[in-house]
Design a protein around this ligand. Structure first.
Ligand code: G6P
Ligand code: MN
Length: 439
């Protein structure tokens, strides 16, 4: 049996992840779950809900709620990392400051993602160091922390030997919608995919040996990545802004006649359209704070009053995916999943040291990517530009360089000019004083 720690235990995603863990206890037997967060007060509330979920399945699994890294990580086998540095208050600024300059306001794409990256790299490295100090030698950190692409690059650069597997649920969420559209189960799909995180393309969607991508493309061009019955997709993705995200993919389909783009590419390809369709006063951060956050804390309050847990914290792809990947790590299953790996020739016409997102088989020693081969020039050019932006950002953090930060912003395709890049960067420096290294 294993000991598992969840770093960022105070996240609103925690109870859902815990239910996914409980559903897979036979494959990943747990003796203890430790919740670790730097905000102990917030975490304690979330742990009330998480513990209620655990107790539906087991009386024997130990639960530990701590803000102390040594207590959290001593002898653990796995760490799930899902930190949100600056919480939703800073997410709101990541979204609203760019929008105030008529630039895309999104937590991982565009200037918001770069800002979030500048906040997250050093705390992520600190977490890795704690885990290496206290956990079992072969402990894996399975990392959902955003902005995943920049975090992956930062970890590659600063802690190249760390046992960190960087993952994102957007490809599987997209596959879940694809399977609903095709009327099959998600595990019947076998997909090929390449790109950077939140910046990639499905190149094949196989069901029973037949490539259904052409049919999917036709559906998506007409209806977006949605079925008529939205109850077929996850509860979280049924929020108004997610529906919009899956619909807004329609206009970018024509640019990639052979592939199906990750919906997040809309931010890079249709920035002015996205801005026109954004509410500058009420962004996704507001929607989450007023929705998922409020309802979680309300559920906890009522549970403490009445002993009844009103929200079942149903399992969505987000929770399922991190547990699937972890079971494959634990049992050396070699299951095929889309994850982030260092390129090293997987895509020969991209830099060897790029952190790419591709299919890999997940073994106890980590992900082993499948060879992808050369990618088309247009996609390569887009990736090279985005990669340069992300690599320069990480260099800006490690060197404390304002110039490199400015270059990173200027190269980001969501930002129309160097002048706008500078204005946004300067506003973000102001807003992030408590979090960013000095540039
Ligand atoms: C997807 C992405 C994550 C992102 C999340 C935001 O899951 O893969 O990278 O953090 O969406 O979701 P939210 O519901 O918080 O807006
Ligand atoms: Mn993601």
């Amino acid at each position: 049996t294993y000991k598992l720690a969840i770093a960022g235990g105070g996240s609103t995603y925690t109870p859902g992840i815990v239910r996914s863990l409980m559903d897979r206890l036979e494959d990943l037997p747990l003796e203890e779950i430790r919740f670790y967060d730097i905000d102990g007060e917030r975490q304690s509330k979330v742990v009330v809900a998480a513990t209620a979920v655990i107790r539906e399945y087991s009386d024997s699994i130990k639960v530990l709620d701590t803000t102390d890294p040594e207590t959290a990580f001593t002898d653990v086998d796995f760490v799930f990392a899902q930190m949100r540095v600056g919480k939703y208050a800073m997410r709101e600024l990541d979204e609203k400051i760019p929008l105030s300059h008529d630039v895309v306001g999104q937590e991982t794409c565009g200037p918001g993602g770069l800002a979030y990256g500048l906040r997250t790299i050093f705390p992520m490295v600190e977490l890795i160091d704690f885990v290496e100090q206290y956990a079992k030698k072969d402990c894996w950190i399975v990392n959902y922390s955003n902005p995943a692409s920049i975090v992956a690059e930062g970890v590659r650069k600063l802690r190249p030997d760390a046992r960190v597997l960087n993952i994102c649920d957007m490809p599987v969420a997209t596959m879940r919608n694809m399977s609903a559209i095709l009327g099959v189960e998600r595990d019947e799909l076998k997909v090929d995919y390449f790109g950077l995180n939140h910046f990639g393309w499905f190149t094949r969607v196989e069901v029973d040996g037949v490539d259904r991508l052409p049919e999917l493309r036709k559906h998506v061009s007409e209806h977006g990545l949605l079925t008529e019955d939205v109850s077929k997709i996850d509860y979280r993705h049924a929020d108004a802004s997610w529906i919009k995200t899956f619909k807004n993919i329609k206009p970018i389909m024509d640019f990639f006649p052979d592939y199906l783009p990750n919906p997040y590419l809309q931010y890079y390809l249709l920035p002015e359209y996205i801005v026109e369709n954004s509410n500058k006063e009420y962004t996704r951060a507001n929607e989450v704070m007023d929705g998922r956050e409020k309802s979680l804390f309300e559920t906890v309050r009522k549970y403490e009053e009445t002993g009844v847990l009103e929200d079942a914290f149903h399992v969505g792809v987000h929770g399922i995916f991190i547990v699937d990947v972890t079971v494959s790590l634990a049992q050396n299953l070699g299951e095929r999943h889309l994850v982030m790996v260092e390129n090293n020739g997987t895509i020969p016409n991209l830099p060897a040291d790029a952190m790419i997102e591709v299919p890999a088989s997940i073994t106890s020693d980590g992900p082993v990517p499948e060879y992808v081969g050369e990618i088309p020039y247009f996609h390569k050019a887009m990736i090279d530009q985005q990669l340069a932006s992300e690599k320069l950002l990480v260099e800006a953090i490690t060197e404390g360089s304002y110039e490199k930060a400015l270059q990173a912003f200027t190269l980001n395709k969501t930002i129309p000019s160097a002048i706008v890049a500078k204005k946004i960067l300067d506003d973000l420096i102001e807003a992030n004083q408590a979090y960013w290294p000095t540039l």
